[in-house]
Unconditional design. Structure first.
Length: 318
């Protein structure tokens, strides 16, 4: 039987599935029973690759089930799929049609399946996602406190204190799990040897960017979304812009880079030089994000810790 390419449109309650080879469509419930039925159907179809969009976590249970079943699965940025649909003139939108577009995308583009490093990765991703939720709630409550009237101020303060305790517990839990994994513990030590890289960026990279250390500098920068993309046509030369990529990784990298431009001598020197050349501060900061990421990628690839008197030599091809 020929290998097939499968697209799955994921929603909260359902999994709409389309086969590229046979043009068949199926629908399963997005729960344990439905995912088991999906796995059985994909084994029957000899699936070579399954493609799903990132849907805020609804795709996670089925993605891990596919991994455990040995079925290659790639989770794609929705923007890539929308652009592909426009290019192939698939403008109508239903769940079944979306699944068909994903199957076509899988057959034509053949994206690399995302590696899952170990059996504990799913738990770490869930805990890290919960940490981001609590940080967002803390930010919102602190903003509310500025404008709150007296009758509700104490309640908001109590909620902030509660959220801060939960955040401390979650961060302790994350660090404990990192220490339990020999591979992640060593990688965490390597990453945190770099000035500017703290526990938040380190755990985000270890959990949300398992490709770190396995790709070239250009590839890892593009994957995260800090590589400038050309916008040229004929004689026109547009501004290079960064877009796409993994937003949660980029957000953590941004905060770490702000620190690195002050305390990391290599990144600070690079930032100052770009600013002296007339680059806008935002442009210089994104360039520093890219440089820091490439350094970290090279360190994990070559298993070399940071040394102030012997910084890691990196290039985009390393």
């Amino acid at each position: 039987m020929d290998k097939d390419f499968i697209g799955i449109d994921v929603s909260k309650d359902t999994l709409d599935v389309a086969s590229y080879a046979s043009n068949k469509k199926w629908q399963f419930s997005n729960n344990d029973n439905g995912i088991s039925q999906l796995i059985q159907k994909l084994h029957e179809s000899a699936a070579a690759l399954v493609v799903m969009e990132a849907t805020g976590g609804y795709e996670t249970p089925s993605a891990y089930a596919l991994h455990r079943a040995g079925i290659p699965c790639a989770i794609i940025n929705p923007r890539e799929v929308r652009d592909f649909a426009k290019a192939t003139k698939k403008l109508a939108k239903t769940d079944a049609l979306d699944a068909r577009v994903l199957a076509h995308f899988a057959a034509v583009i053949k994206p690399e399946p995302r590696p899952i490093s170990d059996d504990k990765a799913e738990e770490l991703e869930a805990i890290l996602a919960r940490r981001r939720q609590i940080v967002n709630m803390l930010t919102a409550e602190k903003n509310h406190l500025h404008t709150a009237r007296k009758p509700v101020k104490e309640e908001i303060k109590d909620h902030i204190a509660y959220l801060e305790r939960k955040l401390t517990d979650i961060e302790s839990n994350l660090q404990g799990r990192i220490q339990e994994s020999p591979v992640k513990r060593i990688n965490d030590e390597l990453l945190r040897s770099v000035p500017g890289v703290g526990p938040t960026l380190s755990v985000t990279l270890l959990v949300d960017l398992p490709e770190l250390g396995t790709l070239s500098g250009k590839q890892i920068a593009a994957l995260v979304g800090v590589a400038p993309l050309n916008r040229d046509s004929g004689a026109f030369r547009g501004k290079r812009k960064v877009w796409g990529g993994r937003g949660q990784v980029r957000a953590a990298l941004y905060m770490a880079t702000l620190t690195a431009t002050r305390y990391n001598p290599i990144v600070r020197q690079f930032y100052v030089r770009l600013c002296e050349m007339g680059k806008a501060k935002k442009v210089a900061l994104v360039a520093c994000m890219r440089k820091l990421l490439v350094i970290l990628n090279s360190m994990l690839k070559h298993r070399v810790p940071w040394r102030l008197n012997r910084p890691v030599l990196v290039s985009f091809n390393s």
